[in-house]
Design a protein around this ligand. Sequence first.
Ligand code: ADP
Length: 266
Amino acid sequence: LRDERGRALRMAGANWDATRLAQAREELERSNRELDDFTYTASHDLKEPLRGIASFAQYLQQDYAERLDDEGRLMIQKIRDQARRMETLIAELLHISRMSRGGMAREDTDLNAVLHDILESLDFSLKEKAVDLRIPRPLPRAHCDRIRVGELFRNLITNAIKYNDKTDRWIEIGCEVINLDRVFYVRDNGIGIKPEHHARVFSLFERLHKRDAYGGGTGVGLTIVQKIVQLHGGRIWIESRPGEGTTFHFTLPERNLHEQEQDARA
Ligand code: ADP
């Protein structure tokens, strides 16, 4: 707004935009919270009846097996399998909503130690699939939730092992600077993801490669990975060519200035 001589009085437009933006952000956060609460309550309430279905099916299988023909027995087994699958999905939904509700417990974290523990627990799969693991340089420290970030690495590495048909499989884990941003990556030379599917893979229950050849899965792993990155205020994106391989890039917060100063003094 300007007076009659053209002097600036007030930035009305800018104020209005900032207020509207803050309101929209608040609204979005509130509806996200409501969605998390709903997911939590719904998943929690579904557990009980599901447990009932599973235990009745188990009871039928154990005590009525002789009275059933082969088809009947097969059907009961299918009910049990599906109930187990649903139990896993509900547990994962609960896990995601607990994570959102609880937030991230951030601390100064040595990512090399986190990675070391994860790789140790995946040692069997890595050896079984003869994966050549490459870590060109030590990873920098981050200000993050070490348990969740371990989970993030575990999900990405498990996928990198799983979605790879080649005999000379390799996985590279590292960190590089892209456009002044410190970007972590997990790269594989596996089956790849078509460009039109890049956004979809982060959706809940989305699975592109459903064939048993790649092992079972629930389509929740990458939703969890994306959630962990976002709850740290970071970004995640994919670079991939079908048949050549995939790279998952993500950012994580650096240590805050206060901690860096403390380190410098020590
Ligand atoms: P899940 O592995 O349980 O199916 P995820 O959420 O971890 O679920 O992954 C979703 C889908 O994204 C997978 O089903 C698979 O099709 C695809 N995907 C994930 N990681 C990779 C990868 N490294 N290479 C190729 N495809 C992948």
